[in-house]
Ligand binder design. Structure first.
Ligand code: FAD
Length: 302
């Protein structure tokens, strides 16, 4: 978002430090009452007489805002008045040390332990207008548009995870013997492996097409959702089958397939759930009636 929306000054200030790995940004859209319906957010930014903005609200589940090197948080906030007919959402950069910005408890998760996820509280956080990222009122649409890339990233994660499931399962099935034969000889095991290999190739093909579409600077909205939907679903199913192929050993938290099973679950949730990807694809197919324009504008893609 810094690259797409940042002013020359914002890029000069933040991008070199991100690129050197000195600091890491985070992206705060989700709130306790606004997940898939990202437009339902209530965190507000109110313009002050001198042009500054006063941010008030709460975010949850935000990745990597609370590490030792986190800084340059991007916050989505409502900038229209309560009486306004149309809700305006804008993006702001909040520095780690800004008074009133506090970090809540880190969430205990079933997987993705390398990532910090927590609640963020904004209690009258004052930022200058130069901290606004992009035009007033265009924050949500711009954020959702740039998140197309993140969906392709999730698609690739799904492909990688499925490949790991296939490799682990194939090697185990060829060596584990029951009834005097490797379990890979049994057709019910073979069916699982064949489904995994087929799912892997189809998800990889879709991910490649989505990457190509992005590289051509064409509209990648639908193909990115298709790639994310396919990649995350095939990863979930393959991880479950991989665990099953490993029998009782797969149930042990020490087994690699057990970790893959846990890691796979978030792929169908983060960056827009499976159901939201289906809705985005259906919308691109022309299924959305004009009476449901709210959903068209605010479906979470991040
Ligand atoms: C590990 C992790 C990291 C995250 N990192 C970030 C981050 O950095 N920044 C950030 O802003 N957010 C982040 N999130 C939040 C994530 O984007 C949301 O969890 C996700 O968008 C879903 O929102 P929700 O959890 O509120 O679920 P809800 O929106 O409450 O959905 C609950 C269920 O209802 C379904 N549902 C909702 N609406 C519809 C509908 N219209 N039709 C059919 N089904 C529907 C959903 O698909 C889901 O199955 C993260 C989440 C996780 C788990």
């Amino acid at each position: 978002m810094y690259v797409e929306l940042g002013s020359a000054e914002q890029k000069r200030e933040w991008l070199p430090r991100f690129a050197r790995g000195e600091i890491t940004p985070a992206f705060a859209l989700t709130e306790p009452g606004a997940g898939s319906d990202a437009g339902g957010l209530t965190t507000s930014a109110t313009r002050q007489e001198n042009g500054d903005w006063l941010i008030k609200g709460q975010k949850i589940l935000i990745s990597n805002a609370g590490t030792d090197i986190s800084n340059g948080l991007i916050v989505m906030a409502v900038t229209s008045s309560r009486e306004a007919k149309r809700k305006e959402i804008s993006c702001f950069i909040v520095r780690r040390d800004t008074p009133g910005y506090t970090l809540g408890q880190s969430f205990e998760k079933m997987a993705w332990h390398g990532m910090d996820n927590r609640e963020l509280v904004f209690d009258d956080v004052l930022v200058p207008d130069s901290a606004r990222l992009g035009p007033i009122g265009r924050g949500l649409s711009q954020a959702l548009a740039t998140l197309t890339m993140a969906r392709v990233g999730f698609a690739i994660l799904g492909v990688a995870l499925t490949r790991a499931c296939l490799e682990e399962s194939l090697s185990y099935a060829k060596t584990r013997k029951q009834f005097g034969r490797p379990i890979a000889d049994f057709q019910l095991i073979q069916a699982k492996l064949a489904d995994m290999a087929t799912g892997l190739e189809s998800a990889r093909g879709l991910a490649h097409k989505a990457i190509w579409t992005l590289e051509q600077k064409m509209d990648a909205n639908m193909i990115a959702s298709m790639a994310k939907l396919a990649g995350s679903r095939v990863a979930s199913r393959s991880a479950k089958d991989a665990l099953q192929i490993h029998g009782g050993l797969g149930f042990s938290t020490e087994a690699r397939v057990n970790r893959l099973f846990r890691e796979a679950q978030v792929l169908e949730i983060g960056d827009g759930t499976t159901e939201i990807q289906q809705l985005i694809i259906a919308r691109a197919l022309g299924c959305l009636s004009s009476t449901n324009l709210h959903a068209k504008d605010t479906m979470h893609a991040g």
